[in-house]
Design a protein around this ligand. Sequence first.
Ligand code: DGY
Length: 319
Amino acid sequence: MKPRVFVTRQIPEAGMQIIQAAADADVWPDELPPPYDVLADRTAPCDGLLCLLTDRIDAGLLDRAPNLRVVSQLAVGYDNVDVAACTARGIKVGNTPGVLTETTADLAFALLMATARRIVESDRIVRAGKWLTWSPLFMAGADVHHATLGIVGMGRIGYEVARRASGFQMTILYADARPNEAAERDFGAHRVSLDDLLQASDFVTIHTPLLPETTHLIGERELKLMKPSAMLINTARGPIVDQKALYEALVTGAIAAAGLDVFEVEPVPGNEPLLALDNVVVLPHIGSASVATRTRMAVIAAENLVAGLRGEPLPCPVN
Ligand code: DGY
């Protein structure tokens, strides 16, 4: 008899084929995630679970699934999964690093450019018939080329953002617990403290995982350290930035603008005050959303799942 797995959303076909060859798959058919109780019910009889960052995988859910051997997260970030609880129960956890690095760096840089050059605001003005003439300071934004970029977290994605920034002849600073010799050698990046980075950068872009120690890493104090002309870009995880403090910083002019792909609560509620600000560019958590990358992520997630079912080492293990 084939092992049973629950797949919490429809995923690209290339991943599904790998799963269906090895397991009986229960695939959640809706566009929205299964509610927590349904997720727990459907996982309970399974040997494997393929989940997304919208699914909370906690000890209570694991306790109801005595046969569960593997949790395969279709994302590189896995802050929604209680990894310690999985490990304690002998459940393997996998994720999808590497394949999404450059796609996410592209998006971070696109968001930085859009924020700096007021692309979305300009688009809105043209469509609203408010483009009256060419004039010297109409829709004038900030230069990206030759500016100073502060990268918070110089891991894989931070490194690829640095590569893009070096093409724009930017000065690159980074803050990270560990030095990244490749970024220093390849792009002339300088490692500094977070406070120094915030004070010196024209653009600050976040590329750390969400951990207890990075939750609200950027709060009121940190935003006040930034230049009034500086812009904050977040494509990592929403809770790394204190969103209320960010709103205050944007309306009081403590910083100039923000580009956000991620939010403290997702989907961001329609009444979120940040959404009313012209100096904020917002996206719906699409950092890795290219067809090719999402397909590669599905394949890795499927391979992790199948390896876990077979008791083999996962190609991309978390624990
Ligand atoms: C991840 O993989 O963690 C991303 O946030 C999904 O795009």
